[in-house]
Every structure is written in C-alpha cells, then in structure tokens.
Design a protein around this ligand. Structure first.
Ligand code: FAD
Length: 416
C-alpha cells in the first residue's frame, strides 16, 4: 500500500518553520507544517526581536511591523542597547542614528508565547496544511526522499516526502540524523531565563541591557523590558566556560542580582514571576552543512545563532526566507540532490556568513574584560566612536572595523 505523499514537509513551527511556511504560501507552494506543541506555547528565550526580524517580517508584509507596533499589550518597541562593561560603566547605544525618521521602532521585545503564536496565526491554510500537537518521531530513507513517522492526537502515522525541512530547533532530529550534527562545547551556549516584575529603572525607550559581568564572560546577564511592567532576565555563557568554571547559571544570576551594586538596587523590590528555566543555543561560529539529499535545515536546527549577541530568531527567519527560494527552485527543476540543494547553503553563507564570522571574533575579544572596559570608557568620551558602534547595528561594513587591529591601536593611543 502506498503512503500518503507530501512534496514539502516543514518540521517545527517556531519562527524558522512558520516563516518558511509564510514565504512558501506567498509563492503559492503547497506544504505540510507540523509542530509537536500546540500554540500558544512558551520557548525559553530573551524575547528580543532584532532589526533582522523586522526586516524579514517586512519582506513578507509590511503590515506585520505595523501590527507589532500596535499590539502594545504583547510587543514593546526597542530603540537601542545598553552595554554594561565589567567595570560597571554603562554605554547606551541607539539602534538608529536618525530615530526621528523611523515610523516604527528598529526592534521589538515580545514574550515568545505571544510572538510565536502571532506567526502561527498568520499561516495560510490555503497552501499550508497545519498539524499542531504532532511530532516527527522517525526518518527512513525512501526512493522519493524520506518516509516520516509522525505521532499526533490520533496515534502514529507514516507519510512520504521529497523535501524535508528541519526547523525543530536545538534538538533537531533532522540535523542529527541527516546532517550528522553533534553538540560541540566551544560552539554552544547555555542560557537561563526568568520573568520578573518591578525591576526599577527599565529604559523608557525599551533599550535592552547586556551586563558583561566577570563571572560569565564572554557571556552576559541580560535585562530586557517587556509590556506590563515585566522584564525578561537571564544569563547566557559558553558551554565550554560553564564546564571549565563549573558555573551554575541559576546561582550566578541570583548572586548578581543580590550583590551587584547597581543590579541589587534595581531588583530590591522585584518579584520573580516564573520558574528559572534553561535551554541550549547552538552557535553559528563555523560553517556546517545546511542541506543534503532531500533536506534543508533552518534556524537553530542549522546552528545559526549569532555567537556574540545570542540572537537566533532573526537568523532563523532569514534562513527561512532563503529556504523558500530553494524549495521553489527544487520543485521547478524536480531536483533534490545534495549538489543542487547546496545553493541554499551558499545563499545563507553569502547573507549571514560575514556577520557570523565577525561575531565569533567579537565573542573571543569579549573574553578580555580590560579590552571591553577600554572600549566602553573611550566610547563614553568619544562621540564618533559611539556613533560608529550605533552604525554597526545598521551597517555591517562598520562592524568589520572591530576586526581590524588598527581600530584598537587607534583606540588605545587616541587621547580624545
Ligand atoms: C536562554 C535563551 C535566550 C535567547 N534569547 C534570544 C533573544 O533574545 N533574541 C533572539 O533572537 N534569540 C534568542 N535566543 C535564540 C532563539 O530562542 C532561537 O534562535 C530561536 O528560537 C530559533 O528559532 P527556530 O524556529 O529555529 O527554533 P525554535 O524556536 O526552537 O522552534 C522549534 C519548534 O520545533 C518544534 N519541535 C521540536 N522537535 C520537534 C519534533 N520532533 N516534531 C515536531 N516539532 C518539533 C518545537 O515545539 C518548536 O516549536 C535565545 C535562546 C535561549 C536558549
């Protein structure tokens, strides 16, 4: 008996999978999208939606950005970032040098329980067959591609596909089984997240705060404002650092908000409103295969998280946008072999490669607290340097300056 055949199957309806589905629907390509969870569902995250999320949302439909801005109960606009150096000095950096020219905030913050549900509600049933509460259990090779065993509300079921898109996040079965991904401590981060209420002095323009405290360098503690007086608070550090220093992230967070001079003042009346929970961040600091015979990997399944900022939602959505183009090419040419699918890898690395390489370097530099303190001290005195750092959020060429040793030479010997 022949199995039901679905030409394109997306596994996972997080930002990566949902965005792939949206762009496939825009191209009028029928597909199946499934997720083991039913939505709304939580995802442990910092909840910060960078400019890249806004950019990709805008490619799909500029109305989405207007909706982010209007849904003030679940989204808050973010206009910049405050870097707090190991010496406690604060450097506020706006995301845009001309905020008055922008209609909407350059970034947003929204609890993932709301943001992911927002995207899933936008899926278009005219082209997307949506199965929630259905997990991928097993993958077997077949003549047309793969036979998938799914487990849903009505039990187990098998179907066949020619194109399998792994968007199931950090614990992707597709990545492990078909691309041979393994967890590598130097290319992995651990993070914990908690929701607090009543943290004092959150930035009125939704600036996110990155506190580079010595204990977790090159990781950081974050405080991100949310609607309704909430804040997303967490700590992330390299898995290698966690292992080498035998770090307990929950204790590190608790210790910092109780003893750090500024944080302890700001948290003195704050209440913990959630459990403190952890999850892994697969970092994009080396080029791994993102495709092969009859499959593609998106977002965390493809280890695409920015190694410096920990930002992964934007990269998941960007890879999704590029994956939809590859699906279109494959269907048109009826080709799913690894060499044809390689075009997707090339597109992702053309678009994200420079940025991921730079972020890997910056992650290594942050290991040196003195250098971080120096950059912040200088930037506080030097407007041009502050503006350079601001531009880095909008212009990658500016970020490339950080890679150049001359930048640090000038910084150290420039008296201004
Ligand atoms: C502590 C922490 C803080 C972070 N902070 C930020 C931040 O502030 N900003 C940012 O941009 N990024 C942040 N990230 C990274 C971000 O969370 C991820 O990069 C992002 O969620 C990746 O999206 P995704 O769609 O690839 O995967 P996910 O969001 O993980 O979605 C995967 C989906 O697949 C489903 N799934 C899994 N297995 C199966 C299966 N077998 N069958 C069916 N469905 C399955 C899951 O239910 C889930 O819905 C953080 C990560 C952590 C851990």
């Amino acid at each position: 008996m022949s199995l039901p055949f679905k030409p394109v199957v997306i596994v996972g309806a997080g930002p990566g999978g949902a965005t792939t589905s949206l762009f496939l629907s825009k191209k009028k390509i029928n597909h199946l999208i499934l997720d083991k969870a039913t939505f709304p569902r939580d995802k442990i995250c910092g909840d910060a939606l960078s400019g890249k999320v806004v950019e990709i949302a805008g490619y799909y439909d500029t109305d989405l950005i207007r909706e982010f801005a209007e849904q003030q109960e679940t989204f808050i606009g973010s206009w910049g970032v405050v870097f707090v150096a190991p010496n406690g000095k604060q450097l506020p950096v706006p995301f845009s040098l001309n905020p008055e020219k922008r209609k909407y905030a350059p970034g947003f913050i929204s609890k993932r329980i709301h943001f992911d549900d927002f995207l899933v509600k936008k899926l278009n049933p005219a082209f997307a067959e949506i199965r929630l509460g259905t997990s991928l259990e097993r993958i077997e090779k077949s003549e047309k591609g793969y036979i998938l065993t799914l487990k849903g509300p009505h039990g187990e079921e098998k179907l066949e596909t020619s194109l399998l898109i792994g968007a199931e996040g950090e614990r992707s079965i597709v990545a492990k089984q078909l691309a041979g991904f393994k967890k590598e401590l130097p290319n992995y981060c651990g993070g914990i997240r908690a929701y607090y209420k009543g943290v004092k002095d959150l930035h009125p323009e939704g600036f996110i705060e990155l506190h580079f405290i010595n204990e977790v360098l090159p990781g950081y503690l974050w405080v991100f404002p949310l609607p309704g007086g909430y804040a997303n608070v967490g700590v992330g550090a390299l898995s290698q650092t966690i292992s080498d220093k035998k770090l307990n992230l929950k204790k590190a967070l608790d210790h910092a908000i109780k003893t750090h001079p500024e944080l302890s003042r700001r948290f003195s009346e704050a209440t913990l409103e959630s459990p403190v929970q952890g999850w892994g961040l697969p970092l994009g600091n080396k080029r791994r295969p993102l495709s092969g015979n009859h499959f593609l990997l998106i977002g965390d399944a493809g280890s695409l998280i920015d190694p410096f900022t920990g930002e992964g939602i934007g990269n998941a959505m960007k890879s999704a946008w590029l994956a939809a183009d590859q699906v279109e090419r494959s269907l048109k040419e009826n080709r799913y072999d690894a060499s044809f699918m390689q075009q997707y890898d090339d597109a992702v690395w053309r678009v994200l490669g420079d940025e991921l390489r730079l972020s890997s370097i910056m992650q290594k530099l942050v290991k040196f607290p003195w250098l971080f303190n120096l950059v912040v001290n200088k930037a506080l005195k030097n407007r041009t340097l502050r503006e350079t750092i601001s531009c880095m959020f909008e212009d990658l060429d500016m970020r490339a300056r950080l890679r150049n040793p001359l930048f640090y030479f000038k910084l150290i010997f420039n008296r201004s």
